[in-house]
Design a protein around this ligand. Structure first.
Ligand code: AMP
Length: 566
């Protein structure tokens, strides 16, 4: 019997260096090459901000010295609460250079959640986005400053301005505890040029450098704590498998506050001398494609819903996407049909699927260049180099046979050092042998390729049958009227649970009924897998990182259908 365990290929050596050292080496080597392009709000090339590696290294150094001048100690927590912008990247590398722990704060958080994370990790400095239409960042940050004694300093980022001037809202900064990004960077001259190198000499690859709060749908968020070694090596390995070179230009419409942006994006690109391109502060399908077109993107990232939205643009055919060759789709199940269109219609012949979670830095399995179409569209690839994965029976902990469904576990350099200040939660997630238990159901095929079947808690049990919503979603994606679909379980007096298909129709498609769907499924799906209910929607509730909130959809459905608590 072959068990569901594989180890990725062993590479010559993991990088045992800090992010700062790695960036210094790369930026020296590729000094004149373009490193970062931030498109203007509407993606117009003329108003974009651009940095070469030398310019980016200069700005990172200035910010690092500014942090030192402000007294930021090694290991001190510095938060950033902002949608994507160039300063996000600069701060990521500046904090790494001085050994401060960057805390990614979800830009969708509001006061209560912000204050929770500030207190949870004892954050002393918070870099804050300018307020925008959706979020009063400045006011909420000031509230946190007043309420949380550990928080000492707010650093306000300028508002985007087409003419390149830094603009701050009236009254910013207002007190000694407030400063602007410009002022922070302006303090660089207060410390000697050698100060960053002196601090760097005290840092080690094993030091924690980043805290990311996992989106957990229940309970309080937990702060996954990641080291230089965790995320630098994972980013580097992803870039290797994508074949990144200094010729690559990586378009990043996914958020930086999540690993997808800052690791699969920044660290993978910058460890290979590639350029990053930011299409905008938040995701817009047209801006993402404009950025590819205007700046010659070779690689495009997205969660599946982003690619679905791009492909659905009425003027999709008018974008010139021929420069694309690769990219990453990850974060939630990637429908095969969407993968196929991304390969054929977006020219992303070498697109990869990555699977992983924040706690594993994030990627633990990935498809490879040269994999068959079936492997690249129907699986999440195989184990990353220098990592191990296995599928276990959640009840017994035994590794299951190939092909059998169980819980996926990951071990190796990418597993986080733990949840910040929560040893009990860490021990629940990482067992004594170092295996991270993902909470994801999966099976591993004969060749070691992994197929994700869903979250353990999303599995639906109808009349004793285990149903994996993913299988039904894949089937329904092929329906000509369906643009996007999510399948959830709702309570049922007879069967325990019944299936509901939540559907976004293609523009112009005629409304579907539950009967239409049943007719479509007849003879092609076992009867118990045919959704009993249908819910036509314009959108799905999502986290900022693009995860669909199935728990919320289920609660809403229960309320609407009057199904009561289970
Ligand atoms: P996060 O920690 O926010 O990155 O969320 C991690 C979770 O996202 C995993 O445990 C999976 O449930 C899901 N996920 C990530 N990548 C994939 C993928 N390629 N296919 C299916 N699910 C994924």
């Amino acid at each position: 019997m072959q068990t569901s365990y594989t180890a990725g290929e062993t590479t010559a050596s993991l990088l045992e260096t800090t992010i700062g050292e790695n960036f210094a080496r790369v930026s020296e080597r590729f000094a004149d090459r373009e490193a970062l392009i931030e498109a203007a709000g509407d993606g117009r090339a003329d108003a974009a901000r651009r940095w070469t590696y030398a310019e980016l290294a200069h700005d990172v150094d200035a910010a690092a010295r500014g942090l030192l001048a402000a007294g930021v100690a090694k290991g001190e927590r510095v938060g950033i609460w902002s949608p994507n912008c160039a300063e996000w990247t600069i701060l990521q590398y500046a904090t790494a250079a001085v050994g401060a722990i960057l805390v990614n704060v979800n830009p969708a958080y509001r006061s209560h959640e912000l204050q929770f994370v500030v207190r949870q990790n004892g954050m002393r400095t918070l870099v804050v986005a300018p307020s925008d239409r959706t979020s009063e960042y400045v006011a909420m940050a000031r509230e946190a400053l007043a309420e949380c004694p550990e928080l000492r300093k707010l650093v306000f980022l300028p508002a985007p301005n087409a003419s390149g001037e830094a603009v701050f809202e009236a009254g910013v900064p207002s007190s000694g505890a407030e400063t602007t990004w410009e002022d922070l960077v302006g303090r660089a001259g207060e410390v000697p040029a050698s100060a960053v190198a002196e601090r760097a000499a005290t840092l080690s690859a094993e030091d924690p450098i980043n805290i990311q709060y996992t989106s957990g749908t229940t309970g309080f968020p937990k702060g996954a704590t990641l080291t230089h070694r965790n995320i630098l090596n994972n980013g580097f390995a992803i870039g290797e498998l994508l074949g990144y070179t200094p010729e690559d230009r990586v378009v990043i419409p996914v958020p930086f506050y999540h690993c997808f942006g800052m690791v699969i994006g920044n660290l993978a690109a910058y460890s290979h001398g590639s350029a990053t391109i930011l299409p905008g502060r938040t995701f817009r399908p047209d801006a993402a494609l404009r950025a590819v077109q205007d700046f010659g993107g070779t690689s495009l990232y997205g969660v599946p819903t982003m690619f679905i939205a791009e492909l659905a643009l009425p003027d999709f055919g008018s974008y010139r996407l021929e420069t694309l060759r690769t990219g990453v789709m990850a974060g939630s199940p990637c429908p095969e049909e969407v993968m196929k269109r991304v390969i054929s219609d977006m020219h992303m012949e070498d697109v990869a699927i990555c699977y992983g979670m924040t706690e594993t830095s994030p990627v633990s399995t990935m498809t490879r260049l040269g994999d068959t179409l079936a492997q690249r569209t129907g699986t999440v690839g195989r184990t990353m180099p220098d990592l191990e994965t296995k599928v276990i029976d959640p009840a017994t902990g035994e590794t299951v046979e190939r092909g059998a469904i169980g819980e996926l576990c990951t071990r190796g350099y990418a597993v986080m050092s733990g949840y910040w200040d929560q040893p009990d939660k860490t021990a629940e997630a990482i067992d004594a042998d170092g295996w991270m238990h993902t909470g994801d159901l999966a099976h591993m095929d004969q060749d070691g390729y992994v197929v994700i079947e869903g979250r353990i808690k999303d599995m639906v049990i109808r009349g004793g049958e285990n149903i994996y919503p993913r299988e039904i979603e894949e089937f329904l994606y092929r329906h000509p009227a369906i643009q996007d679909v999510q399948v959830i379980g709702v309570p049922d007096a007879t069967y325990g649970e019944e299936l509901m298909a939540c559907i976004i129709l293609k523009p112009g498609a005629e409304a579907l009924t539950a009967e239409d769907l049943a007719e479509y499924c007849r003879g092609r799906l076992a009867h118990y897998k045919v959704p009993r209910y249908i819910d036509l929607r314009d959108s799905f509730p999502m986290t900022v990182s693009g995860k669909i909130r199935k728990v919320q959809m289920r609660e809403e459905a229960v309320e609407r259908l009057g199904l009561g608590a289970r």
